[in-house]
Design a protein. Structure first.
Length: 158
């Protein structure tokens, strides 16, 4: 990890340090205009517009014109996940819920990268069932039904 990466991360976290901006970023997973956002946060329309401007200049929010309205949305799934994690952490702190440990959350102790917690069990298809082939156009999303290890019916995508 280099100094530039740390500086960018610190800048992003600084933008998240304001409760109104944090709330706006949570809401901007869905594209919305200023009026819709103002109705959902405890801030004036002018304040919401100013916060959106700062978030836009920082590259955390994108805007597009739709007629006379400007529609805003969050720019990154990584940022949306970061906001979600911050809010979950706060929920635990406020409600007195114990915080997760790295080994419980599926994180390695030496690096903060996700690793699988458990492997997925593969779906087994009954031999007697006729399986449609997915080679034909338009069938890519067809689901195949089969029986899993516990006998429960499961779906497998082509």
């Amino acid at each position: 990890m280099d100094d530039k990466q740390l500086a960018v991360a610190a800048e992003v976290l600084a933008h998240l340090a304001d409760p109104t901006r944090l709330h706006l970023l949570r809401l901007l997973i869905l594209e919305q205009d200023v009026s819709t956002l103002t109705a959902q946060v405890a801030a004036s329309r002018s304040s919401v517009s100013q916060h959106l401007g700062r978030l836009r200049l920082a590259g955390l929010v994108q805007a597009r014109r739709d007629g006379r309205r400007m529609l805003y949305r969050i720019t990154s799934d990584h940022l949306a996940a970061l906001v979600g994690e911050a809010l979950e952490y706060a929920e635990h702190a406020v409600q007195g819920i114990p915080h997760h440990q790295r080994h419980v959350a599926g994180l390695d102790d030496d690096v903060l990268t996700p690793r699988p917690i458990a492997t997925r069990q593969s779906v087994q298809v009954d031999v007697d069932e006729e399986r449609p082939e997915c080679a034909e156009p338009g069938q890519e999303g067809e689901a195949l039904r089969g029986r899993g290890p516990q006998g429960a019916e499961a779906e497998q995508q082509c």
